[in-house]
Design a protein around this ligand. Structure first.
Ligand code: SDX
Length: 431
C-alpha cells in the first residue's frame, strides 16, 4: 500500500476532518475515506464509481488522457506487436515477462489442460439450440465448480494456481463448443500441437468431414484480439469478479459472474451491438440519420463502439485493432464488405462531428474487433464470447491479486436512501 505523504482537509458542520492522501506510481492521487463515516458520520456518493478507487493494483494502468494502456508497465502496442497472448497471460499473472524456459513450461501446462471433463458435454446439450453462447458460457463455467473440486479452495495457493490455469486453458474450448452446439455441428476437440489462437479457430471452424488448415494471418489476428482484450483495470466485469471473490466464492463462480457482467451491450456486448448497428445502418447514406439520433438528448440511442469511461483520447487498443482489421480484410478480399464501408464512413463522420469530438467519443476496441470477427466468419453472437475468452486472464490475475491482499474484505457499498422512513403496517381493510 502507498504511504500517505499529505492529507485532504474536509470541513463538515464546523468539524475539520483530515483524510490521508496516497500518491500512486502513475495516475491521480487518492484520498483515503475509509475512516470518514466513523469520524464524520457521512458517506461519499459516487454511482458508477466515476471517481472512486475500489482497490490498489499493480497489474494494469490506463492513462485516459494520453490514450495509454500498460500491462505491468509494458505499453499495449509493444505487447501486441512483439509478444503473444500466452506470454501476456504469464506477464499479467506473475508480474514479469517469462524467460524462454518459464514460457515453455507455462504454455505446455495451458496446452495440456484445454480439454473439458467429458461429462460436461451434457451441460451443452441441456440448452436450446438457439441459446446465446454467452448464456452457455455463464452456465458451463459456473458448473466447473461442480467438476473441479480439487481447485476450489481459495485459501490454498496451489489450488488457486490450478484453477487459474484450468480457466485460461478451458475457456476457448467452452466458447468453441458453445458455438458448435448453436450451429448443430459436432464438438471439435483441442489439439496439443496447435498454439492457443490456432486451436480456438480450429475448434470453431473445422468439421470432421474435411481437413482444416489454420491460416497464419487469421491466427495472428485472433491472438492479437486476445492480447488486446486481456485486462483493463477495474472495468465492470473485473469489478464484478472482485466483488464476488470478496465473499469467498470459488474461482469458477467468480469468473461466471464476470462473464455475465461482460455480456451487457454497454460493456463487452458492445462488439455484437456495434456490428448489429452497422448492419442496421446498412448503407452509408443512412449514417447521418443514426448520428443525429446518437446526438439527440431526448433519444437514449448511442453509437455502439464509440466512447469510453476512461479513454478521453483514443483507445490504444482500437489503433492496433484497426491495423489488424485492414490486414484480415485484405487477406480475405473483403475490403469492399458493405458493413466495413459503413464502419469506415461512420468513423469518419463521427470523428468530424463536434458532438463526438467535444465529448471525447472515439472508436473503442469494440468498434474494430467486431469487424475482424465478422470477416473471420464468426456470427455476432460469438463476439462477446471471444472477449470473455481473452479477458479470463485479466479476471483471474485481478482475482489472485485481491486474494493475496492482506487488507481485502467483503465488498459492501452503502447508499443514499431516499425511501420512506419508518411507518406502521396498515391492515388491508384500512387501505
Ligand atoms: C468496453 O471499462 C472498460 O475498461 C471497458 C472496456 C474493457 O476493456 O473492459 O474497455 C470494454 O466496455 C468498451 C466500451 C464499449 N461500450 C460501447 O461501445 C457502448 C457505447 N458507449 C457508451 O455506452 C459509453 O460511451 C460508455 C458506456 C462506454 C461510457 O459511458 P460513460 O463513461 O458512463 O459516459 P456517459 O454515459 O456519462 O456519457 C458521457 C456523455 C453523455 O452525454 P451527456 O449526458 O453528457 O450529454 O457522452 C454521451 C452520453 O450521452 N455518450 C454517447 C456515447 N457514449 C457516451 N453519445 C452517443 N454515442 C455514444 N456511444
Amino acid at each position: 500500500m502507498a504511504q500517505s505523504t499529505k492529507s485532504a482537509k474536509l470541513m463538515i458542520d464546523g468539524k475539520e476532518i483530515d483524510l490521508p492522501i496516497y500518491s500512486p506510481t502513475a495516475g491521480p492521487d487518492v484520498i483515503d475515506i475509509r475512516k470518514l463515516y466513523a469520524q464524520a458520520g457521512v458517506f461519499t456518493y459516487d454511482p458508477g464509481f466515476t471517481s472512486t478507487a475500489s482497490c490498489d493494483s499493480t497489474i494494469t494502468f490506463i492513462d485516459g488522457g494520453k490514450g495509454e494502456l500498460l500491462h505491468r508497465g509494458y505499453p499495449i502496442d509493444q505487447l501486441a506487436g512483439k509478444s503473444h497472448y500466452l506470454e501476456v497471460c504469464y506477464l499479467l499473472l506473475y508480474g514479469e515477462l517469462p524467460s524462454a524456459a518459464q514460457l515453455e513450461t507455462f504454455e505446455l501446462n495451458i496446452t495440456h489442460h484445454t480439454m473439458l471433463h467429458e461429462q460436461m458435454v451434457n451441460f451443452f446439450r441441456g440448452f436450446r439450440r438457439d441459446a446465446h453462447p454467452m448464456a452457455i458460457m455463464v452456465g458451463v463455467v459456473g458448473a466447473m465448480s461442480a467438476f473441479y473440486h480439487d481447485s476450489t479452495d481459495i485459501s490454498d495457493e496451489h489450488q488457486r494456481e490450478v484453477a487459474s490455469h484450468r480457466l485460461i486453458a478451458k475457456m476457448p474450448t467452452i466458447a468453441a463448443w458453445a458455438y458448435k452446439y448453436s450451429i448443430g455441428q459436432p464438438f471439435v476437440y483441442p489439439r496439443n500441437d496447435l498454439d492457443y489462437a490456432s486451436n480456438f479457430l480450429r475448434m470453431c471452424f473445422s468439421v470432421p468431414a474435411e481437413d482444416y488448415e489454420v491460416n497464419p494471418i487469421l491466427s495472428r489476428a485472433m491472438d492479437r484480439i486476445f492480447t488486446l482484450h486481456a485486462d483493463h483495470e477495474q472495468n465492470a466485469s473485473t469489478s464484478t469478479v472482485r466483488l464476488a471473490s470478496s465473499s469467498g466464492a470459488n474461482p469458477f463462480a467468480c469468473i461466471a459472474a464476470g462473464i455475465a457482467c461482460l455480456w451487457g451491450p454497454a460493456h463487452g456486448g458492445a462488439n455484437q451491438a456495434c456490428l448489429e448497428m452497422l448492419k442496421e445502418i446498412g448503407t452509408p447514406d443512412r449514417i447521418p440519420e443514426f448520428i443525429a439520433r446518437a446526438k439527440d438528448k431526448d433519444d437514449p440511442y448511442r453509437l455502439m463502439g464509440f466512447g469510453h469511461r476512461v479513454y478521453k483520447n483514443h483507445d490504444p487498443r482500437a489503433t492496433v485493432m484497426k491495423q489488424s482489421a485492414d490486414e484480415v480484410l485484405e487477406l480475405l478480399g473483403v475490403e469492399n464488405n458493405p458493413v466495413l464501408q459503413v464502419a469506415k464512413e461512420l468513423e469518419a463522420a463521427a470523428l468530424a462531428d463536434p458532438y463526438f469530438a467535444d465529448k471525447k467519443l472515439f472508436p473503442n476496441v469494440d468498434f474494430y474487433s467486431g469487424i475482424i470477427l465478422e470477416a473471420m466468419g464468426f456470427p455476432t453472437s460469438m463476439f462477446t464470447p471471444v472477449f470473455a475468452v481473452a479477458r479470463t486472464v485479466g479476471w483471474i490475475s485481478q482475482w489472485k491479486e485481491q486474494l493475496s491482499d492482506p487488507q481485502h474484505k467483503i465488498g459492501r457499498p452503502r447508499q443514499l436512501y431516499l425511501g420512506e422512513t419508518t411507518r406502521d403496517y396498515t391492515d388491508i381493510e384500512m387501505r
